[in-house]
Design a protein around this ligand. Structure first.
Ligand code: C5P
Length: 206
């Protein structure tokens, strides 16, 4: 079975997906890491991130490999691990431009659909565009302030700056970020990480 966990930026998707995957004994798959890695490669090659043919050609010439480990996804380009470089402010600021390119979305979707189930898939459109027949679908939300406060524990920036960037990214990602009509929407604001994981596990089909 495939379980999809979508949601807005910094809603806790990766931590929640990892926890659910570990409880189920399956891998989890972070689609956002593929978009982030495509962005990093584009920035490093000084490409115009709006230039779909250039971004796609560069990706095809520098294939990425996603390791969907339950303990944390890792991503490689050849022998170079990119994982640690993908959550910078620079990648955050460019990723929505790259993710808006239909050619890049098709490339990411093909990588994801090639993975052997079962797994937990995490992103924006896992339950809508990529795995519409998933066995269970969830969508995580939280207020921008709460998400910014959580993110501030991981970034050397203050809460208002992070909040403004999150709101901007939500707006840029709005097209691909609608919850599936059959997704269970969970407001993670009042819940702990374990509370969200248990809420999801309790709603999975037997
Ligand atoms: O999930 P994360 O915040 O790491 O995703 C980074 C970016 O990748 C998002 O802001 C969005 O632009 C893009 N993304 C997407 N569709 C997905 C996953 C991520 O457009 N399924």
């Amino acid at each position: 079975m495939i379980v999809t966990i979508d949601g807005v930026a910094a809603s806790g998707k990766s931590s929640v997906s990892g926890g659910v995957a570990r409880a189920l004994g399956v891998p989890y798959v972070s689609s956002g890491l593929l978009y982030r890695a495509a962005t990093l490669l584009g920035l490093e090659a000084r490409l115009d991130l709006h230039d779909a043919p250039a971004v796609l050609a560069h990706l095809q010439g520098h294939p990425l490999r996603l390791e969907p480990l339950a303990g944390g996804n890792r991503i490689w380009q050849g022998d170079r691990e990119l994982t640690g470089e993908l959550h910078s402010t620079r990648v955050d600021a460019g990723v929505s431009v790259v993710a808006a390119l239909p050619e890049v979305r098709a490339w990411v979707d093909a990588q994801l659909r090639a993975l052997p189930a079962p797994f937990v898939a995490e992103g924006r459109d896992m339950g809508t565009a990529v795995f519409p027949h998933a066995g269970a679908k969830f969508y995580l939300t939280a207020s921008p302030r709460i998400r910014a406060q959580r993110r501030a524990q991981e970034r050397p920036e203050d809460v208002p700056a992070i909040e403004a960037a999150l709101v901007r990214r939500d707006e840029l990602d709005r097209v691909q970020s609608a919850p599936a009509p059959d997704a269970v929407v969970i407001d993670t604001g009042p819940l702990t990480l374990d509370g969200v994981i248990q809420t999801i596990l309790a709603q999975l089909p037997a």
